[in-house]
Design a binder for this molecule. Structure first.
Ligand code: B4P
Length: 190
């Protein structure tokens, strides 16, 4: 199994690069953002709760997100591997992921961190907001809060993976294809 954590601030290009990795390595794509938006669209109880956090640019509680990941892993035990996109976002989530994968006798192979400056992140998200319909893409103060929450709660995870020699930093600026090649070259070394 090949298990990759695709990491970076909001707007770094995680979802974009995940598409290339799925194609190349035949992995299952697990985007917690997409999973939560599916629940919101279905107006499920989980979705209604998640929306109250997401629309303001805050993280959804760990218990909700970890529960979602757990059930998908249990449904796909024979996969080639997974791309975790936007998960984990807290140290608590990273510990839970290690436990879940340990039960499947497989580790996280690497964390691929896409590195992009704040101004570029805001420009990308505002641009996407013109068509995405996402409330969290359309207001600069909410986007600012997402970046703040990333720096406070999510960025410390780099230390968690550095301590395990699983941290790989990639320049996330350039054409989508150039960045994809950098990511693929790094993954090939794992
Ligand atoms: P996500 O859906 O993960 O949103 P995101 O961080 O903005 O990443 P996304 O994948 O959408 O953006 P990407 O970088 O691909 O999360 C949304 C919310 O859900 C969170 O704020 C939180 O509330 C909640 N949530 C999700 N997971 C959670 C968890 N684990 N725990 C708690 N809460 C959770 O792309 C951005 C844009 O850049 C795209 O429009 C793309 O076209 C563009 N782009 C990509 N590469 C580019 C390039 N090289 N050049 C120019 N533009 C580029």
């Amino acid at each position: 199994m090949l298990n990759l954590v695709l990491f970076g601030p909001p707007g770094a290009g995680k979802g974009t690069q995940a598409d290339f990795l799925i194609e190349k390595f035949k992995l299952i794509h697990l985007s917690t953002g997409d999973l939560l938006r599916t629940q919101i669209a279905a107006e499920s109880e989980l979705g209604i709760e998640a929306k109250s956090y997401m629309d303001r640019g805050f993280l959804v509680p760990d218990s909700i997100v970890i529960g979602m990941i757990k059930s998908i892993l249990q449904e796909n035990e024979n996969a080639n591997g997974y791309i975790f996109d936007g998960f984990p976002r807290t140290v608590e989530q990273a510990k839970a992921l290690d436990i879940l994968l340990d039960e499947m006798d497989t580790p996280v192979n690497g964390m691929i961190c896409l590195c992009v400056e704040k101004d570029e992140l805001i420009n990308r998200i505002i641009h996407r907001g013109k068509t995405s319909g996402r409330p969290d893409d359309q207001d600069v103060s909410i986007i600012g809060n997402r970046i703040h929450v990333y720096n406070e709660k999510t960025k410390p995870l780099t230390e968690y993976y550095k301590a395990q020699n699983k941290y790989f930093k990639i320049k996330g600026v350039g054409s989508v294809e150039e960045i994809a090649q950098r990511v693929i070259d790094t993954v090939a070394t794992l």
